[in-house]
Design a protein around this ligand. Structure first.
Ligand code: UD1
Length: 424
């Protein structure tokens, strides 16, 4: 398995291009199952979750997937769905696989999809996906670890209020409702930019959707959807991650393609920490002058709140802040696995349930650490950039699921970072 070695202490100066959003692409790709005509996604990120896992899952269902321009363009053609069963072997690797359920069911009236099972950051059930589809008339049967779904007369519109905000469940039901008979109203829907991007793509395909980006989405079902070409929205989590890089090291970095409207709550916390963030013609510029950053408290929340996917990276920054900060994780119940790894680097963190109290130290020290999940792994790389000495981040396959060419992007700004290939 590959490792990443970071030698800390270099200021960062330069530009980092931000890729298309992984989480948007993972919901846009299954949307191809809604139409017989090709869906072309441009600005796709070149990540293993996209190029390997989701592509293979769709291919197993009979979708033709062509990856062009080094993976930045994905052409998906789903003339007919030849297999309606999403196998455990693929689904267990990636939770977003459950997103094929709604589209297959809406198009052909039946689908069998493996339950994704647990995952490192919490139990993460799919009950809301299932309840939402039931509200559209789906008949569901859970047996042998699979959801067996039927809608013999097709799905019909309905009103469904999500008991808690769920990004994936909103996406699954939104896709299904696009082909249901009649009107669907989704209440307490997720408002993430990736939902807006999915709705924009579905509208390009001929869907009738109002209110995406607010908590009430109204969908007027149509008989069929056509093909379309759609650019994947910029990745606000990759953006936030690289916005933090100069905050750790000092210096000035411009994030090309970055949009402040996608990261408002996060940028407000950067500002409180004493980091300058400004919009430029080509993106966002982040500057940190000398001195320690201020300690800042953070509570994660659904969009437009502070994203849980940036909590690990922000915690790493707080490890050397001037004072004590309190970080509350309110989305996932077990998302502090980076804390013990950061403590190996000298951080002072006290975790009690969903609350982490971080007492800033003057400097972190390089150490061998283990990447436990996607965002945790990048938080360790950021910490390594500012630490004294060498940090070796092991098990970086998590990183490759969510960050393309991380070592190239950071070393272009002056970081000393390299990948060491492992065997297998
Ligand atoms: C998506 C993102 C992930 C991000 C998360 C929250 C993708 C591919 N992944 O994940 O990076 O961290 O949003 O912003 O887009 N829940 C249930 N029942 C369900 C579904 C969810 O109880 O049926 C719970 C989850 O356990 C969690 C909360 O709802 O506590 C929010 O999860 P959700 O918004 O669904 O996250 P994902 O869509 O899985």
């Amino acid at each position: 398995m590959d490792s990443i070695i970071v030698k800390g202490g270099q200021e960062l100066h330069g530009q980092i291009p931000i890729a298309g959003a992984k989480n948007a692409c993972l919901t846009l790709m299954p949307a191809t199952l809604l139409s017989e005509e090709p869906l072309t996604l441009t600005n796709a990120p070149r990540l293993s979750d996209i190029i390997l896992t989701m592509s293979r899952l769709l291919e197993s269902l009979g979708v033709e997937v062509s990856s062009l321009q080094d993976g930045q363009v994905q052409v998906l053609s789903s003339k007919s769905i030849s297999n309606h069963k999403a196998d455990y072997d693929i689904v267990r690797k990636m939770r977003a696989s459950i997103l094929v359920l709604g589209p297959m069911l809406a198009r052909d009236g039946h689908a069998v999809v493996s339950l994704p099972g647990g995952c490192a950051i919490g139990a993460r059930p799919v009950d809301l996906h299932l309840k939402g589809l039931e509200a559209l008339g789906a008949e569901l049967d859970l047996r042998d670890g699979y959801v067996h779904a039927k809608a013999p007369k097709g799905l019909r519109g309905g009103v469904f209020e999500f008991p808690i905000v769920s990004v994936g469940a909103t996406e699954n039901v939104l896709m299904a409702a696009s082909l249901a008979k009649g009107t669907t109203v989704l209440k307490n829907a997720a408002r993430e930019p990736e939902i807006v991007d999915l709705a924009d793509c579905l509208i390009r395909m001929g869907a009738q959707i109002d209110g995406a980006g607010t908590s009430t989405i109204t969908i007027q079902g149509v008989d069929r959807l056509n093909g379309a070409t759609h650019p994947v929205i910029v990745d606000r989590i990759e953006l936030g991650t690289y916005m933090l890089a100069p905050a750790f090291t000092g210096g000035e970095v411009e994030l090309l393609g970055g949009r402040l409207d996608l990261v408002e709550a996060f940028a407000a916390k950067m500002d409180e920490a004493g980091i300058s963030v400004e919009a430029t013609k080509n993106g966002i510029k982040v500057t940190r002058k000398n001195g320690r950053v201020n300690a800042v408290n953070v509570v994660t929340a659904p969009h437009p709140g502070f994203p849980t996917d940036l909590q690990a990276q922000f915690m790493a920054l707080m490890c050397t802040a001037d004072g004590t900060s309190v970080l509350e994780e309110r989305i996932f119940e077990n998302r502090f696995m980076h804390a013990p790894e950061l403590m190996r680097m000298g951080a002072q963190i006290d975790v009690q349930g969903g609350t982490a109290t971080v007492t800033g130290v003057d400097k972190l020290k390089g150490a061998p650490v283990m990447a436990t999940d996607l965002r945790a792994s990048v938080s360790l790389i950021l910490a390594g950039l500012a630490a004294e000495g060498e940090t070796v981040v092991n098990r970086v396959y998590h990183l490759d699921r969510g960050y393309e060419r991380v070592e190239e992007k950071l070393s272009a700004c002056g970081a000393q970072i390299e990948r060491v290939k492992g065997n297998g």
